[in-house]
Write a protein that binds this ligand. Structure first.
Ligand code: GLY
Length: 381
């Protein structure tokens, strides 16, 4: 199918290019469901998605994408595939040891999604189990949620975890037990204080003494250096703070999301494709990250619902432009043999793993942002 050719600027909810793009996504996800099935796709090489183990942090994005489309198409094949993936992840919930803080990424987009759309009781129980695990990772002295499981990383927290917090806010709403949202807000406050810089950029990793809770150091992690600006980290901060603001109404989180949005917009190149780190030196074959832009765009659309009308337009149009630009140059509509939707994502440049390739979360956030541009703002987060 050809790319959609028209301009940004009209009311996106009624813009023909947005509707045409959405129809392309519906068709594409239907074809993906036939070739990928109930696997755990992460990265596409030579046109074909791989499949990860059941505990991999990105495993919610494929069912999430299926649910985004099912919500409108009501295609039972998409529903059944998403439900099968969710059931396959049960081994992770019961094994305990493979669980990490990314249970929010994983179970919000499959179990919370299925529960919100279909009222499925088993899905609710899975999501509540995942939320209980996440609360159990809270370090009360340092007021942060522990990220990973290695013994030497007991005191580590990462900016990505802002996207795990909606599972906790949801769990409090569902159960009437405020402990989940209390933990989420403590972690968000620690992120405000220890991760976000005044210019709107963010550290990736902050290490705390797990006994005293004292901050020890910031690390570069998936970014270029401790003081650089990993572009996807900026997107996690932006969207994560906007989601915390949506659930709590806390103006400090809105302000933080705005700072991150402005930093992103001031640094993203004109074609909408950011480098993997806004402060990394430019090099031949630079690693770029379309997933950062897709996530930032969806985050800006979330933010647009939280600010007064005049400002709202600023974020909505900025998001619209990012999606328009990504679609213009980095979607795969011209290559039907490619399983993925969005090209040019980078998973981990410092480790040189998966550089300038399609990634399932790039596809998810791109489709989610297009839903929002069409005026569909209900969220699985
Ligand atoms: N949450 C890991 C990443 O953004 O790559």
């Amino acid at each position: 199918m050809s790319k959609v050719a028209t301009s940004v600027g009209a009311d996106a909810a009624n813009a023909p290019w947005v509707e045409e793009l959405w129809q392309q996504i519906i068709g594409k996800v239907g074809r993906m469901s036939e070739t990928i099935g109930a696997d755990f796709p992460y990265i596409s090489y030579n046109g074909k998605y791989n499949s990860e183990e059941a505990d991999w942090w990105t495993n919610g994005f494929w069912p999430g994408l299926l649910w985004l489309v099912y919500r409108e198409s009501k295609d039972d094949q998409l529903k059944d595939t998403a439900a099968q993936i969710e059931a396959k992840m049960d081994t992770v919930l019961t094994d305990f040891y493979p669980l990490h803080h990314d249970v929010g990424f994983m179970w919000s987009l499959c179990s919370v999604a299925q529960y919100k759309l279909l009222g499925c009781e088993i899905s609710k129980r899975r999501a509540m189990t995942a939320a209980s695990h996440l609360v159990g990772r809270f370090n009360a002295k340092g007021q942060f949620i522990r990220a990973w499981n290695q013994p030497e990383r007991v005191g580590w927290a990462i900016i990505d975890c802002m996207m795990n917090l909606p599972l906790l806010y949801w769990a409090s709403e569902e159960s009437g037990d405020p402990r989940f949202k209390h933990v989420a807000a403590f972690h968000a406050d620690t992120t405000l204080r220890e991760f976000l810089r005044p210019d709107g950029s963010s550290h990736h990793i902050v290490c705390f003494d797990p006994e005293s809770g004292e901050r020890e150091a910031a690390l570069g992690g998936q970014g270029y250096s401790p003081d650089s600006a990993w572009s996807r980290g900026t997107a996690w901060a932006l969207y994560g703070m906007a989601l915390s603001a949506r659930y709590t109404g806390d103006q400090r989180y809105i302000d933080a999301a705005k700072r991150a949005a402005h930093f992103f917009l001031a640094n993203v190149p004109e074609d909408g494709l950011p480098p993997w780190d806004f402060r990394a030196p430019w090099e031949e074959g630079m690693a770029m990250d379309s997933s950062a832009s897709a996530c930032a765009a969806s985050g800006m659309l979330e933010l647009s619902l939280l600010v007064p009308e005049g400002e709202s337009e600023l974020y909505r149009r900025a998001a619209e432009k990012l999606i328009f630009k990504l679609n213009e140059k980095y979607t795969t509509w011209d290559d039907p043999s490619e399983e993925a939707i969005l090209r040019m994502g980078t998973a981990n440049r410092p480790k040189k793993t998966h550089v300038n390739v399609p990634m399932i979360y790039g596809d998810y956030f791109f489709a989610e942002a297009v839903c929002k541009l069409r005026g569909v703002h209900d969220t699985f987060w």
